[in-house]
Design a protein around this ligand. Structure first.
Ligand code: ADP
Ligand code: MG
Length: 343
């Protein structure tokens, strides 16, 4: 097959590109900004991300994905087309793409993803389940008849799956992720302190002092916001305890869902998982204490994978190099033909 093979982890928060033979070549925010009059894209990725909450009337920020699913077809296409052009330069042959998808997508949603890939400049496009890619990227021997539980906590969703023999035995997708925690922090500060803060500020607070347990030694940082009452700028101190309390409910919901998925597994798979433990991947697995939070609820040893944010992209990369193996092992990836479209 002429043309280079590129693996893409198109997530709600970040998009990552893996080029066969080169590795992970690019990571950027899944955000675009366009001119409201002409509709022309003015910015993409990190530059567009920095515009959130700061745009004039003439510029609109777009989120190509919401809750793990394409919600803005044009924005997604613009983003992919731009990066594919950047990666491929002026090569004659179009690239072949392997994209990850959340489990449980309908045929129509899968076709939408494949259509976007092809209309963004792909010669051929295939899909792989995100949880499977996460397991491969986390170093799980996915081919064995042995169950492993992988929980990918990203920006918009949490994907819980039991992987065995290169397939998903159980899966559950929650619309809870890092963005939910950011919203929790914003809501908490507004309710408890009558102060408004933006999305980016909330995310920064979470990354700096957020944790999934009540810390003995509290840490506080100064944060700038806008008073809800006077409308004027204010500086306040946000503490680890407050931030934990703000996110607690959704953290517990994730842990509860992991426990539920585990409890629905067959006794054999459950025994395997009890031995091998639960593996966490995704950017939000970097939240300190999140493994402990899940471990307490599920009663199974839980570990965060190495470099969790890049696990899915790495897994797609490995799958790219073993395409024939994936093909022989079952329905790991789907070409447009396999899901019934000639896209
Ligand atoms: P997606 O695959 O859904 O695009 P990622 O797996 O890239 O998402 O994870 C992005 C999420 O991880 C964001 O919500 C981001 O705030 C969160 N995140 C990144 N680093 C940290 C960190 N150090 N602590 C807590 N959350 C983090
Ligand atoms: Mg991800």
């Amino acid at each position: 097959m002429p043309g280079i093979n590129i693996g893409i982890d198109l997530g709600t928060s970040n998009v990552r590109f893996f080029v066969e033979g080169k590795g992970l070549v690019m990571t950027d925010n899944t955000v675009t900004a366009s001119d409201t009059h002409s509709g022309k894209t003015v910015s993409l990725g990190a530059k567009a991300y920095q515009m959130i909450g700061r745009t004039p009337d003439s510029v609109a920020v777009h989120y190509p994905l919401r809750d793990g699913i394409i919600s803005d077809f044009t924005a997604a296409q613009n983003l992919l087309r731009y990066y594919l052009q950047k990666i491929c330069g002026n090569r004659i042959f179009k690239p072949n793409l392997l994209l990850c998808m959340p489990s449980g997508l309908t045929g129509l949603e899968q076709r939408t993803l494949l259509n976007i890939a092809v209309s963004s400049g792909a010669a051929k496009a295939c899909l792989i389940e995100k949880s499977l890619a996460a397991a491969i990227g986390a170093g799980v021997d996915y081919r064995k008849p042995r169950g492993t539980m992988v929980v990918d906590i990203g920006g918009g969703t949490t994907e819980i799956a039991v992987v065995t023999m290169g397939s998903l035995a159980r899966h559950e997708s929650l619309r809870i992720g890092g963005n939910t925690f950011d919203q929790d922090i914003r809501r908490y500060v507004r309710r408890e302190r009558y102060i408004l803060i933006g999305r980016l500020t909330a995310e920064q607070i979470k990354k700096k002092i957020g944790c999934a347990y009540l810390r003995d030694a509290e840490i506080a940082i100064a944060v700038k916001g806008k008073s809800y009452l006077s409308g004027m700028p204010v500086v306040f101190e946000a503490s680890t305890t407050e931030i934990y309390l703000a996110m607690r409910e959704h953290l517990e919901q994730i842990a509860e869902a992991v426990r539920n998925t585990l409890s629905q597994s067959t006794p054999e798979l459950m025994g395997d998982i009890a031995d091998s433990g639960i593996v966490l991947t995704g950017g939000s697995a970097l939240l300190p204490g999140i493994a402990g939070c899940i471990e307490r609820r599920a009663q199974v040893r839980t570990v965060v994978a190495d470099d969790p944010a890049n696990c899915v992209a790495r897994g797609i990369g490995i799958a790219l190099e073993h395409m024939e193996l994936l093909d022989a092992n079952g329905c790991f990836y789907k070409t447009p033909q396999q899901i019934g479209t000639s896209a």
